[in-house]
Design a binder for this molecule. Structure first.
Ligand code: 6R9
Length: 654
């Protein structure tokens, strides 16, 4: 079936829209030509204990890198998400929690959330946690996760959420990197009926750290009800969440924070070395989170909103917690996965809570699409008005399926491009303003100045393709890499001096629409999750059987990218099915199930290298993609015969 390449704004979306296209254009112009005036106005969407008088104070210039927004304003993120709504929204639902099993559900009102946040905040104070201290959160998708983030924000502690799918070692290294005093976890997590032993993992992580562990206490939520080992007692390390809260007052004043005080750290993968602790501060981030949530989803008071991400990723931070709560929204919080107990689950949840706005990822859409009409059979889906996509480029087939099956052809899809580093959405359609082209993230949000540069850093004009950079600061931008400000400057501002480099490639068409083409560095995007090839490689070479390993991505129907691994065994090691399995399990356990290699090709005769010893990844990518007839110039290789062997034994032969 052929589909249009441009979709006009549906009349229904234009009618309810907060903005017309003309207004978008005008506001955009103002946001880039007079940023101080524009953001002084929109900064007022928050409650400031002391209003800011300064607005934008930023520079991307070499040697003068400086990013400050609203710097003399004083506010508190949790106050903005809770207290200021209480007069009108105390009994409004903040979260409709839907458990992993369709029978498990509960609602949390703004008043209840406020009360729990105050109690946990007081409990953390009792344990000696205060302003500026770091707290690691390792929780499933349960209301206590949102409570934990907000309780940290309330007392000015800096949260570092670690995705509950990460291994003990990944957890441990993140705890050490930011020197966390406290860990908040649960007995177990449930996803698609599969159990993860979060408390056991925490014990293992802290056990491995031994004397070097900075952690003084572990707060444990009893979620599934499993018996876990508690290092209890008077001076014990572990405390039950419910015990701690039962003795706290529900009165906890929100700590006055400077706009540039840290709000959170979130680790993300880069192209080299260990994960980076992306640091976000309070004022600019909160303005960005709330403003993008309102305009990008065309959010109106009373809408039911569902962002199906996990709180372990930035999408969960900004679009499950801070953005929607700052706007007083009612959100669905879902513990499980879209295909459990059946592929109808997502549509059933939409109908059950009459969801108006649904925000999910291409990988979830493709996984459902593989089942034809089954995921939406029997579902009404009439409540839906806006659909969103995030995490990776959405291919037009998946876009059209989502548009027709979930959106019934008249819900705009906002394909939102952004990154952990950007704090919130930067390039996106607005539902009532932007004509859509499937596969394009379309146009910049207010204040965002994207540009495309060639490999020498020369800015290209008109329709073009190259590297995506952002020319000036926006309020939600990350401020540093925790503990390594030089690496921040090096990673994002040195490739193209004076510009923020995204690491993504992009095209711009004649209408000025942006089309993201994927990472141009060694970062993989597996089902929307970022993983550095270097991280997986260093994990592989830590295995006894491995002499050398190279990891590349290859096109994968559902995951977007799959992980293709080339391994040279150590001398005397006989590779075989058993060892292949052992290596997969190794990576799975050392990093995370997300990082599990899809294909492992043994390369006993070695990897293709330049004469200076650099692995030629370009060639490995082509072989993995089954494009071995397009290897290009291989004359610079030290030993071209290596390539022939790899091509002959390649694993992806679709
Ligand atoms: C929010 C999030 C960031 C990377 C980013 C890009 C890819 C995200 C996208 C997209 C094309 C979109 N990405 N959204 N690519 N279209 N709509 O995913 O953050 O986990 O840090 O990943 O994801 O490659 O650079 P994060």
């Amino acid at each position: 079936m052929s589909h249009p390449s441009v979709y006009p704004v549906p009349a229904s979306a234009a009618k309810r829209s907060l903005l017309t296209n003309e207004q978008y254009m005008q506001m955009y112009q103002q946001s880039v030509s007079a940023p101080d005036t524009f953001w002084a106005e929109h900064g007022k969407r928050l409650h400031w204990f002391t209003p800011f008088t300064k607005v934008k104070n930023t520079s991307f210039d070499s040697g003068k890198l400086n990013i400050n927004w609203f710097s003399d304003g004083i506010l508190n993120a949790s106050y903005n998400c809770l207290d200021r709504h209480l007069p009108q929204r105390a009994d409004q639902v903040a979260y409709f929690w839907e458990g992993d099993s369709p029978d498990a559900q509960k609602t949390v009102t703004y008043a209840e959330l406020h009360q729990q946040v105050c109690k946990l905040a007081n409990g953390m104070k009792e344990l000696g946690v205060g302003k500026g201290d770091r707290v690691t959160i390792y929780l499933p998708m349960i209301p206590e996760a949102t409570v934990a983030l907000l309780a940290c924000a309330r007392i000015g502690a800096v949260h570092s959420v670690v995705f509950a799918g990460f291994s003990p070692d990944a957890l441990g290294s993140r705890i050490v990197d930011c020197d966390s005093k406290l860990v908040i976890t649960a007995d177990q997590a449930l996803r698609g009926s599969r159990v993860t032993n979060l408390k056991d993992n925490t014990d293992m992580a802290l056990g491995h750290l031994g004397e070097t562990s900075p952690v003084q206490n572990v707060i444990v939520v009893k979620h599934v009800g499993k018996n876990v080992d508690m290092q209890a007692g008077k001076d014990g390390r572990d405390v039950w969440y419910h015990d701690l809260l039962s003795r706290q007052s529900a009165d906890c004043p929100a700590e006055p924070m400077s706009a540039e005080d840290p709000l959170f750290i979130l680790y993300t993968s880069g192209s080299t070395g260990k994960p980076k602790g992306v640091l976000h501060t309070t004022g600019g981030y909160m303005v960005w989170a709330s403003m993008t949530h309102q305009y990008v989803f065309d959010y109106h008071d009373g809408d039911v909103y569902w962002c199906a991400a996990d709180i372990g990723w930035v999408t969960g931070h900004t679009y499950i917690v801070y953005g929607p709560l700052a706007n007083g929204a009612s959100s669905v919080l879902f513990e499980g996965v879209p295909n459990y107990p059946s592929v109808k689950r997502m549509a059933q949840i939409v109908d059950k809570y009459k969801v108006n706005i649904l925000y999910t990822a291409p990988t979830a859409i493709r996984a459902l699409m593989a089942h034809g009409d089954a995921p939406v059979e029997g579902a009404a889906l009439t409540s839906l008005r806006t659909l969103g996509s995030v995490g990776e480029p959405i291919n037009p087939e998946a876009w059209n399926w989502y548009h027709e099956k979930f959106g019934k052809g008249n819900c705009p899809i906002v394909d939102t491009w952004w990154q952990t580093e950007t704090g919130g959405i930067l390039i996106t359609p607005l539902p009532g303003c932007t004509e859509l082209k499937p596969g394009s993230a379309t146009r910049p949000f207010f204040g965002v100045q994207p540009a495309i540069v060639d490999n020498d850093g020369k800015e290209l004009s008109g329709a073009c393709e190259g590297n995506l950079v952002i020319k000036d600061s926006w309020p939600g931008q990350m401020r540093s890499i925790y503990g390594d400000h030089d690496r921040f400057e090096q990673t994002y501002f040195s490739t193209y001096p004076g510009l923020y480099f995204t690491g993504d490639g992009a095209k711009r068409d004649a209408d000025g629409y942006y089309w993201l083409t994927g990472r141009v560095d060694d970062v993989l995007n597996i089902s929307g999750h970022r993983l550095g090839t270097a991280e997986i490689e260093s994990c592989l070479v830590a295995h006894d059987a491995v002499a050398e390993a190279a990891v590349v991505g290859y096109p994968h129907d559902i995951k977007g990218q799959g992980i293709y691994v080339y391994v040279t065994p150590r001398v005397g090691i006989e590779p075989g099915a058993e060892l292949t399995k052992a290596l997969r399990d190794w990576v799975r356990e050392e990093i995370s199930p997300i990082a599990t290699p899809d294909l492992i090709q043994w390369a006993p005769t070695g990897l293709p290298k330049t004469r200076s010893g650099k692995i030629m990844r370009r060639i490995l990518r082509k072989i993995a993609a089954n494009e071995h007839d397009q290897l290009g110039d291989i004359s610079t290789l030290a030993d071209p015969s290596v390539v022939e062997t790899l091509v002959n034994n390649r694993l992806n032969r679709k």
